[in-house]
Structure formats: structure tokens, C-alpha cells
Design a protein around this ligand. Structure first.
Ligand code: FE2
Length: 465
């Protein structure tokens, strides 16, 4: 007897959906608040064809899942992001590119990596961009979620584009970076509030590293040179090119927002990996960074089952980088495993009182059983649990129009019920997270687990270009 092992990322609610649907007037349990108006959109991998060889969760074609909310009613639509690689494979009727777990094969006539656009979203300068850290953003029309095409800032884009750019809510500027496994390993860019790519500068790193996120403060930008390194030498020796080097320190580089490599300051701390930052801000002589820290990571380096290694779980940490003494203090804020941190984005780069993370379930798969709300002023946290057999993802904070308090708004995430095999959009009052959701929008098709989302407000929808 033979058994076929099913890749866990192609199974259960990680499995892709095939239909693009547009149902209206969705059933709502509870009530959508009358002042909640806009569109929640979440990105994630959804391979359109069976993969060639091993599949990694990061490989799938990007699919957007959107819920338009208006006047207490909701409609849903899911759409693939039509990237160049997606269109070529659709034409061919099969997968052509191999994924992260497979060596690239000689039978691919296309001499470029497939940009899946599958990771995250950002709203800036009147448009929604779908992001993938290996290539350029894709502009997405709202509310249709149709793909306009690759977006290159009038051909000024000269690097890849992180999935986690940072928009300063006060100035409207957007900071981003692109990393590469060949020198220059890191390029840093600033886009003006009007959407003009103002400048791109190289930042020196000793070797190529996988850099998923960064942070900003009012005056500085913080890069994380962490020891998940890429080595051509290892690759030539038949070893994994990407490796977490346990004896290599973490380095944090702090550069003035409009500075360059000549005025960056580096701070060292024990080895770790960080996928996601929650926020950073300035306090006296210190730059404070809050992020989900892992003591190691195997997510891209060994087998495909994250969580086997206890060190793989993110935990909320704080680093204090003292710009006058050059010292760094690292402190764990909570030992509960969590990741996918978010905040009220009006506080991006400024001191924040609240933050929200996705609480990890005790499971070898990346399943999230609730949302943790942190009150950094009181050093307390509260958790919204999705309930037994129900798992969600990153919770996006949606501010209430005309809110006066930082946490006046809602938290939104898609939740999957394992037993019923159904999905819903859960809307939680951010000032009362331990209570039942104020609304559960039932989606008439499964929404696979995915990565990052964004809220596009009514104002933004009507001002979109
Ligand atoms: Fe991410």
C-alpha cells in the first residue's frame, strides 16, 4: 500500500479556491455599524495550477479577498492578481515556474522570477498596491479588485519593493526598501505624499539577507540585518543558500529618513529573526522598536512545517537603541506566541498606546486562534478568542470616522470554522475585544488562510485614481 502525503499548505483551509465570485447582500450575524463604510481587502497565496514539485506557502499566485461594507450591508469578491507570470501560466494551462523549495529548472523559457504579488497591500497616493518583496508592486482597481498592472513610479523604481512599506500619516510620505541577494544588497527609497519616487540610496550590508520588514519613526528609518543569510558559496557546495546563522548577531541600522549609508548607525543584539514590526518611535535619546521576535527561523531553510522548532514562534519584544550612548536594551513584552502585528496606522512612527497581534495556536501549522490587544501604557493585554476550531489571521485595525481615541474602531479578520468548513469576516469592537464580534459577515465560499490585509475607507474609495 502506498500513501500520498498531502502538502499541508494545499490541504484544509490552506487549499486554494478556484472560483472568482461576486455575491451581494451577504448574511450578517449581529450588525454592521452604520458608520463602518469602506472595503476590507486581504491578500494571500492561491496557486491557480498544481505546483511543480514541492509547494511552499509563499509560492502561490496572489488572490485578493474583498468585503465592501456600506449602509450596514456587505458584498464579497475574490480576484486573482493578474501578474505577468500568472497570465503566462494561464495561457499555458499549467504551472511553469517552480517555487522556493525547488531548484529552478532549465525548462522555463522565461528569464525572470514569477512576481506573485501575493503578500500584502498598501494604500498610497490614491491607489491600492499589491505587494511581493521580490519585485515591483501591482496597482489594483477598487472596488473591482481588477489588476491595472505593474506599478513602477514612471520607471524610477530600481529595486524590489518590500511587502511592508511604511506610510507616515502626518507627512503622507511612504518609505520602502528592496533587498537583493547580489550587491547592492539593500536599497532604500522615499516616495512623496504626491506619489513621486524622490530618492533611492544603497545601504551597505556585509552579505545578502532576507529582510521582510522594517520600521520608521518621525525622523529615522530602521533596518534589520538579521542572520537569515543568503550565500552563493553555500549554494555551490550543495548546501541551502538561505540559512539562519545562529552565531551571527542581529544588526539594527538607524538612518535619518532622508539620510543615506554615510549617516547610518548600527546596533548589535543577540541573533534573532523578525518577520514583522509593530511600530517604532522616538523617546528622548532613544529609538524604540516593538516587533515580533523569533529566536530562530526554519521557515525558508529546512522542511516546510513551521512551528516544529519552538524558536520559530514570534513573541512581542521591545528594543531601545540609545543614540547618544550607542547601547541597546532588548526586552520581552509577552511570552505568548503571536505575530502579524498591527496598530492604528495614524500612529505609525509615533508613540502608540495600543497594538494588536494574531495569537498563535499550539499547532505545527501557522494557525491563529485569536487577537491580542496590547495596552503599552498599562502593560496589559486582552484577547479576543475566535472560539473552538475557529482560526483567523492578521487583524486589521479600522478607525471609526471622527474617532478621538486611538483604539476607537474595529478589528477585522477572516475566520475559518474547521468543522463547518465555512468562512466569515469577523468585526470586533477594538475597545471591547473580549466580547462577541459586533458583526460576522458570512462568506458563501471558503476564504483560504493568507497573509496581510488593508482597509480602504469610503473617502479613499471615492478618491481613488
Ligand atoms: Fe509580512
Amino acid at each position: 500500500m502506498t500513501t500520498t502525503a498531502v502538502n499541508p499548505y494545499l490541504d484544509g483551509n490552506f487549499a486554494p479556491v478556484r472560483e472568482e465570485i461576486t455575491p451581494t447582500n451577504l448574511k450578517v450575524i449581529g450588525e454592521l455599524p452604520p458608520d463602518l463604510s469602506g472595503m476590507f481587502v486581504r491578500n494571500g497565496p492561491n496557486p491557480q495550477f498544481p505546483p511543480i514539485g514541492n509547494y511552499h506557502w509563499f509560492d502561490g499566485d496572489g488572490m485578493l479577498h474583498g468585503v465592501r461594507i456600506n449602509n450596514g450591508k456587505a458584498q464579497y469578491r475574490n480576484r486573482y492578481i493578474r501578474t505577468r507570470g500568472f497570465n503566462i501560466e494561464r495561457e499555458a494551462g499549467k504551472a511553469i515556474w517552480t517555487g522556493l523549495m525547488e531548484p529552478s529548472r532549465g525548462n522555463n523559457p522565461y528569464n525572470f522570477p514569477k512576481n506573485t504579488a501575493n503578500t500584502a497591500l498598501v494604500w498610497h497616493d490614491g491607489r491600492l498596491l499589491a505587494l511581493w518583496e521580490g519585485g515591483e508592486p501591482h496597482a489594483i482597481e477598487v472596488p473591482s479588485l481588477e489588476t491595472s498592472g505593474a506599478y513602477t513610479y514612471n520607471s524610477k523604481l530600481v529595486s524590489a519593493f518590500t511587502a511592508h512599506p511604511k506610510v507616515d500619516a502626518e507627512t503622507g510620505e511612504m518609505m520602502f526598501f528592496g533587498y537583493s541577494f547580489a550587491p547592492p544588497y539593500l536599497k532604500y527609497s522615499v516616495v512623496s505624499a504626491k506619489g513621486e519616487l524622490l530618492r533611492t540610496v544603497p545601504i551597505d550590508l556585509p552579505m545578502g539577507v532576507m529582510m521582510h520588514d522594517f520600521a520608521i519613526t518621525e525622523h529615522y528609518t530602521i533596518f534589520m540585518d538579521l542572520p537569515l543569510t543568503f550565500s552563493m558559496v553555500r549554494m555551490q557546495q550543495g548546501k541551502p543558500p538561505l540559512m539562519f546563522e545562529r552565531d551571527r548577531p542581529s544588526r539594527f541600522g538607524i538612518v535619518p529618513r532622508h539620510g543615506d549609508n554615510s549617516n547610518i548607525r548600527w546596533f548589535e543584539s543577540p541573533p534573532c529573526y523578525v518577520f514583522h514590526t509593530l511600530n517604532a518611535y522616538e523617546e528622548g535619546d532613544e529609538v524604540v522598536l516593538v516587533a515580533c521576535r523569533m529566536s530562530s527561523t526554519s521557515v525558508l531553510t529546512t522542511d516546510m512545517t513551521p512551528g516544529e522548532n519552538e524558536g520559530d514562534a514570534g513573541r512581542l519584544y521591545q528594543w531601545r537603541f540609545n543614540l547618544s550612548t550607542g547601547t541597546v536594551k532588548e526586552e520581552m513584552l509577552d511570552d505568548a506566541p503571536s505575530d502579524f502585528p498591527r496598530l492604528n496606522e495614524q500612529r505609525m512612527g509615533r508613540p502608540m498606546r495600543y497594538g494588536y497581534t494574531a495569537k498563535m495556536a499550539n499547532n505545527p501549522m501557522p494557525l491563529f486562534e485569536g487577537v491580542i490587544k496590547y495596552d503599552f501604557k498599562n502593560g496589559k493585554s486582552e484577547t479576543h478568542e475566535f472560539g473552538r476550531g475557529r482560526y483567523g489571521g492578521e487583524a486589521v485595525f479600522v478607525p471609526r470616522p471622527d474617532a478621538t481615541a486611538e483604539d476607537d474602531g474595529w478589528l477585522m479578520t477572516f475566520v475559518h470554522d474547521d468543522e463547518a468548513d465555512t468562512s466569515e469576516l469577523v468585526v470586533v469592537n477594538a475597545q471591547d475585544v473580549t466580547s462577541e464580534p459586533v458583526a460576522r459577515v458570512l462568506i458563501p465560499q471558503r476564504v483560504p488562510y493568507g497573509f496581510h490585509g488593508a482597509w480602504v475607507s469610503e473617502e479613499q474609495l471615492s478618491a481613488s485614481v
